[in-house]
Write a protein that binds this ligand. Sequence first.
Ligand code: C5P
Length: 234
Amino acid sequence: PEKVKKLYEGKAKVVYETEEPDKLLLYFKDTTTAFDGVKKAELKGKGSLNNTISSLIFEILHRYGIKTHYIQKLSDNEMLVWKAERFPVEVVVRNFAAGSVVKRLGFKEGQRFKEPLVEFFYKSDELHDPLICESHIELMELAPTETIPLMKETALKVNEILSGFFKEHGITLVDFKLEFGKLPDGSVGIVDEISPDSMRLWDSETGEKLDKDRFRFDLGDLLEGYREILKRIS
Ligand code: C5P
């Protein structure tokens, strides 16, 4: 598959049309951004790490029968995916308190939740991705109503699969974000990437943060963390 036309350039990826109308090519950039793009850096090799880790995770999910847009990894920085009608919703699953839930509700960082917590956010740059509930998704028609329980169940299933997978490699899956969309065959599946940009991953022994929080809060070399994750899981 070849890049035919640039469709869209985001903060971390470029999306290209291919010769096949229902397939897209994702190019993972070396750009890292945080806080709505306010903090920004070029980190050589970051795109390739995210593409590799994300591809590996999608392949695991496929083995468990989870539907995603992933078709194959094409090169260091390129992934072939099914074209999807993306819902402007982010689904976050949390096993431990960290990030916005600490700020918002006063949980203590690292506190384990009795049950995984599922949250929805409205993907909107102008509104800074506000927290929403299922009623907002229905009212604002952000996704078909019948897909709401499906997104929630899928996110929880992904959490079980990935929590177990990372645990085997000495890593704690603290939280992660998923996006969903309608795939060409009409089914709903996971889109975007599942990488250390969109997950919190802590070393199970030391608690060291190996994910994008390294960049957000200047905790250490981002690439070193991502390389450590890849080394352990591959
Ligand atoms: O910031 P917050 O604590 O809500 O993030 C929860 C999880 O979702 C984190 O793993 C974070 O990396 C991810 N996330 C994301 N994209 C966003 C917001 C959060 O991947 N726009």
